[in-house]
Design a protein around this ligand. Structure first.
Ligand code: FES
Length: 103
């Protein structure tokens, strides 16, 4: 195990998905791994977190959650944030067809 893997590895505890939810489902990256990338490697952009953890490198649906963690906010913003149009990453992740269907 190299240094990066050791720093990003989850603590050895009983698995509890509620305590450490998946943020990136494509690459199965947890909230704690992303928070460690932010703190240990001083990642201040989604792209930096992606380079370190691979989170966000697939469908991009998690970019909003990663951005919120970088800003020190809870990962999940909830439906109100989406309705108010504050989730620019989620809107960008939607295909033009999906945006037309919801408009
Ligand atoms: S859920 Fe993170 S890239 Fe798809």
């Amino acid at each position: 195990m190299n240094l990066v893997s050791e720093l990003l590895a989850p603590p050895v505890t009983k698995a509890d998905p509620q305590a450490d939810p998946l943020i990136c489902h494509c690459f199965r990256v947890t909230e704690s791994a992303i928070k460690r990338a932010i703190h240990v490697f001083q990642a201040v952009e989604v792209e930096a977190v992606m380079e370190i953890t691979q989170a966000g490198g697939g469908c991009r649906a998690c970019h909003c959650r990663i951005d919120r963690l970088i800003e020190g906010k809870p990962a999940e913003c909830g439906r109100l944030c989406q309705l108010l149009g504050q989730c620019s990453h989620q809107a960008a992740a939607q295909s033009p067809a999906a945006i037309r269907m919801t408009a």
